[in-house]
Ligand binder design. Sequence first.
Ligand code: HEC
Ligand code: HEC
Ligand code: HEC
Length: 112
Amino acid sequence: MKKLGMALGLVACFVMAFGVLAVAADKYPNGCADCHVKELAFQPLIKKLYPKHPGVSPTMDINGCLKCHKAGSKLALNTKMHDSHQKAKIACDACHIMKDGKATAELKGVKK
Ligand code: HEC
Ligand code: HEC
Ligand code: HEC
């Protein structure tokens, strides 16, 4: 019985350790904001790629983008930018909140 208890204890430790590792392994907890800094920051990037784009402030994050780029609208962001990140082999979970291994429609870093 004592051995079984210890074995179960060890299993519990492993589960906890992996739980912590799984959290620590999220390289992009903030989604867009973790990659789009410095030369990739939204303001210079958008200005360079889309000179006719409306002004983007230096502090604008995904919440600012979504004010104009509403889900389901003509400007929804899941079109061209989805393709370009997929070409760059960026994993779904860099931007999306995942559930059961699948991307939900929810994005990291988006305030509700
Ligand atoms: C004030 C409204 C507004 C805000 C805020 C805004 N956009 Fe836009 N965006 C537009 C409009 C309008 C267009 C279409 C005109 C054009 O192509 O320049 C556009 C076009 C784009 C395109 C090109 C889409 C395509 O498929 O050609 C991208 C990419 C984009 N925006 C990204 C962003 C990102 C990222 C942010 C946040 C940093 C952002 N936008 C913030 C209005 C906005
Ligand atoms: C670079 C960031 C990024 C990556 C990587 C990414 N997405 Fe998205 N995804 C978005 C954005 C932005 C939207 C638009 C969300 C909105 O408008 O609220 C979106 C929307 C979606 C939606 C909801 C709208 C729709 O088209 O049905 C699904 C589902 C989705 N993505 C699945 C995926 C899957 C699966 C992957 C991986 C193969 C992936 N995404 C990779 C940023 C990303
Ligand atoms: C894992 C890193 C990473 C994450 C997370 C990420 N991006 Fe990107 N993004 C990139 C890279 C790399 C490029 C390519 C830059 C270039 O071509 O110069 C790029 C390019 C872009 C472009 C310009 C290309 C295009 O399709 O118009 C836009 C706009 C953009 N990202 C928006 C976003 C938004 C919005 C999010 C969050 C929903 C996001 N990115 C999340 C790395 C990332």
